[in-house]
Design a protein around this ligand. Structure first.
Ligand code: PBG
Length: 338
């Protein structure tokens, strides 16, 4: 007999009673998605007045820095707590060692300043990794076919300090090098940026679901090989806990699991094991699938989206990075998905 036998049984107990009306469903709902749970990633590109669609991500544009204030204003109007910019670095500025990442006037730094100028209270979360800046599309230094760990740390650490100096609230190392959190925390503190938070992409898997993102930042076509020597093996779950434990010890304020929907088991384990703010990334491929099926008329995009985002909360996520943040904010207002 299962433990539930003591709680009643059919026909005395009928579980459908609590589902019978909207008002009762509202009262007994165990999880809720609100606009407070949303982080909106935005793509940057060079130029002025540019809003160019990302082909593999319907509804998502790359925008030039002068357009960024409009997006920041939209985020604020919609009540979204934070945005996460990503750069599509011009080809000419990509190098094998990704030094454009250390340029104080690169797309990211200009975007941070542009956001803070119009929306000082909107959270800004910026990725720390070299892939949008390297000619080979890897997150670290590539020498003789090997991604160097400790040599990469030095660059990532400078990148994080630069983003902090430009005004970011949160740095989000997404590179999966060993030891990056400790190195970055130390440098931020030494540089007087003790208030800058670290959201660690702690359990980031080598996933095929990042494809559309790599199109958006222009790193996909260039990617030499794969990222399996630094991003995690999708087969592993215990290892995710070790990654999170290391990052927390090194000073991470919040951790992330990525991708999101197909790794909800990891979100649940991380949240239950560590009880720390745990975010999940509803990644580009997961977003594109919903959009594509919606456009084909095979799924109701609005409803599938809201169910997807609620699933993150049910699994224990504190919040979700999603390209659909604006859609979700609107749908929440309209009561869709209730
Ligand atoms: C870069 C980075 C990636 C994503 C976020 N930061 C791609 C990658 O690791 O190749 C993916 C986001 C998405 O697919 O939506 N380090």
């Amino acid at each position: 007999m299962s433990q539930f036998a003591t709680y009643g049984s059919y026909p005395t107990t009928r579980l459908r009673r609590n589902r019978a009306d909207h008002w009762t469903r509202r009262l007994v709902a165990e999880t809720r998605l609100t606009v407070d749970d949303l982080i909106w990633p935005i793509f940057l590109t060079e130029g002025s007045g540019v809003r160019e669609p990302v082909a593999s991500m319907p509804g998502v544009d790359r925008v030039s820095v002068d357009v960024v204030p409009d997006l920041a204003a939209l985020a604020v109007q919609n009540g979204i707590p934070a945005v996460a910019p990503f750069p599509n670095t011009p080809e000419a500025l990509r190098t094998p060692d990704g030094t454009e990442a250390l340029n104080p006037d690169n797309l990211m730094c200009r975007a941070i300043r542009a956001i803070k100028a119009v929306a000082p209270d909107l959270g800004v979360i910026t990725d720390v990794a070299l892939d949008p800046y390297t000619t080979h599309g890897h997150d670290g230094l590539l020498v003789d076919g090997v991604i160097l760990n400790d040599e990469t740390l030095a660059l990532l650490t400078q990148q994080a300090v630069l983003l902090a100096a430009a005004g970011t609230d949160v740095v989000a190392p997404s590179d999966m090098m060993d030891g990056r959190i400790g190195s970055i925390r130390q440098a931020l503190d030494d540089g007087g940026h003790t208030g800058v938070r670290i959201l660690s992409y702690a359990a980031k898997y080598a996933s095929a679901f990042y494809g559309p993102f790599r199109d958006a930042v222009g790193s996909g076509v260039k990617l030499a090989g794969d990222k399996k020597t630094y991003q995690m093996d999708p087969a592993n779950s215990d290892e995710a806990l070790r990654e999170v434990a290391f990052d927390l010890q090194e000073g991470a304020d919040m951790v992330m699991v990525k991708p999101g929907i197909i790794y909800l088991d990891i979100v649940r384990r991380v949240r239950e094991t560590f009880a720390v703010p745990t975010f999940a990334y509803h990644v580009s491929g997961e977003y594109a699938m919903l959009r594509a099926a919606g456009q084909a008329g095979w799924l109701n995009y609005d409803r599938s989206l809201m169910e997807t985002l609620l699933a993150f909360k049910r699994a224990g996520a504190s919040g979700v990075l999603t390209y659909a943040a604006l859609d979700a904010a609107r749908l929440l207002r309209e009561g869709i998905g209730k």
